[in-house]
Design a protein around this ligand. Structure first.
Ligand code: ATP
Ligand code: MG
Length: 430
């Protein structure tokens, strides 16, 4: 890999201090004034050069983490595998990393590697050139200097920005071995930036998916969240499937999903992307619930075939699928609870008699379950109709709602008759 150091003067690039967050500038200047080197790096530089709006700003400096920490009252040291400083300004967080050396360097024996070549610790400090070469992709190794406002390019990142390609620095296979999460990052950046993955960087993706099996489940949760909230989940998912990486994230996901599952996921990802683009919130549990829905249904069917009643079969299936899934991606408990509730509600939404509809509509997970139902109808898994009923019900006033319920067919199929009359007559209920 040719790696001459190019310095692009201020008048030959488009990065202006006006486009950099004030807080990031504060950190850069304070580091500089304390006598350290300080650069903006990573997504901040890359996205500004592409004319976009970086979602966050990362800083690289010659100051050691403790020195950075001492300079900022509002900062904290984080990370074990990779020691960093987070400087907090209200809701904005600026990440400050000390220059690191490339792990191949035999003089630095402190890098620890696992049997598969994975880097376990990466805390060997280095200089700016070294720091550039241990970064993942060429377009992520561009530095903006606060000293003279130049852009520093050590790995032909500018050329790749122009070619619109994602290219690992160095030998792709060993870079993936050092850190297999880079495979997911390659996909995420390709989707987000609408770049191609360079041939040599793409080729190992087909072969090295197994390496993801060694990544801690908490890290895979973080990375999957980044993918799902990137605003480009649909494309990312397509690429993950293309490179055979899905099975390493979602072990239950069939390699040949049926038409309904494919439709459901595609539409859910599309809606998620639209919400993100519109600046709306998305619940992390929703896409996980969607992705695992067909596996849960299949597992549930198995239990029903063995004679379990539907709700028990569902419970058992949900428990099993979640229990297995969190070994790969540690979805936090509060989200798995929400997923179970969404699945559960799929079987409750058809039952609307008496005051059930009213109770369902005020369930904290109703809205998500309703969106879920609409997507199932849209995917062709179930007949349309129920979704629309719920749409109208939500828009209706109290009188209309009562009427809607009373107009339902009197005995939903398969319901047992109530054995005992209600204890309280309706008039006494408030
Ligand atoms: P974005 O923040 O938009 O997702 P980013 O490129 O800033 O993109 P971060 O995860 O914030 O990504 O990381 C900041 C920088 O740190 C990257 O640009 C890259 O230079 C470096 N980096 C991050 N993760 C890795 C990794 N796994 N291996 C090597 N370098 C990495
Ligand atoms: Mg970043």
């Amino acid at each position: 890999m040719p790696s001459g150091h190019q310095i692009i003067p201020r008048d030959q690039h488009c990065i202006s201090r006006n486009n950099i967050s004030e807080n990031a500038l504060k950190v850069l200047y304070r580091l500089k004034n304390a006598g350290f080197e300080a650069y903006l790096v990573g997504g901040g530089v890359r996205d500004l050069l592409l004319g976009g709006h970086p979602k966050d700003f990362d800083i690289a400096t010659s100051a050691h983490p403790e020195e950075v920490n001492a300079l900022f009252r509002n900062s904290r040291l984080i990370g074990r595998r990779f020691r960093l400083v987070h400087v907090l300004f209200g809701r904005e967080m600026i990440e400050v990393a000390t220059f690191r050396a490339a792990p191949q360097d035999p003089d630095h024996a402190q890098h620890q590697q696992s049997a598969t070549g994975q880097l376990l610790k990466d805390n060997v400090y280095g200089n700016l050139d070294e720091d550039a070469l241990r970064r993942d992709f060429t377009i992520n190794a561009l530095y903006y200097s606060i000293e003279d406002f130049t852009v520093r390019d050590f790995a032909n990142g500018l050329e790749d920005l122009n070619k619109r390609q994602i290219q690992l620095i160095g030998d792709p296979e060993s870079r993936y071995q050092e850190d297999p999460v880079r495979m997911l990052r390659a996909v995420r950046f390709a989707a987000k930036l609408d770049f191609d993955i360079a041939v040599e960087t793409a080729e190992p993706l087909y072969r090295l998916g197994d390496l993801l099996d060694h990544i801690p489940s908490a890290r895979l949760f973080d990375e999957s969240q980044k993918i799902f909230t990137s605003g480009h989940a649909e494309t990312s998912w397509r690429l993950l499937q293309h490179y055979g990486l899905v099975a390493h994230l979602f072990p239950f996901f069939p390699s040949q999903p049926n038409e309904h599952a494919t439709q459901l996921i595609q539409q859910a990802m599309r809606n998620t992307d639209a919400r993100i683009q519109a600046g709306k919130h998305i619940a992390p549990s929703f896409l996980f619930a969607i992705l695992l829905w067909h596996p849960v249904r299949e597992e549930m069917q198995k239990h029903q075939d063995e004679g379990l009643p539907p709700m028990q079969a569902l419970q058992k299936a949900s428990h099993h699928i979640i229990d297995q899934q969190i070994r790969t991606i540690s979805v936090p408990r509060r989200f798995t609870t929400a997923m179970r509730e969404m699945w559960d509600l799929q079987f409750k939404l058809p039952r609307r008699h008496g005051n059930r509809a009213e109770r369902l509509v005020s369930h904290p997970r109703f809205r998500a379950a309703y969106d879920f139902l609409l997507l199932r109808e849209e995917s062709g898994e179930i007949e349309p109709g129920l979704g629309e009923w719920w749409t109208l019900y939500q828009e209706a006033d109290e009188v209309e709602r009562k009427k809607m319920v009373s107009e339902l067919s009197p005995n939903p199929p398969g319901r047992k008759k109530r054995r005992r009359p209600k204890k309280k007559p309706d008039s006494q209920q408030h």
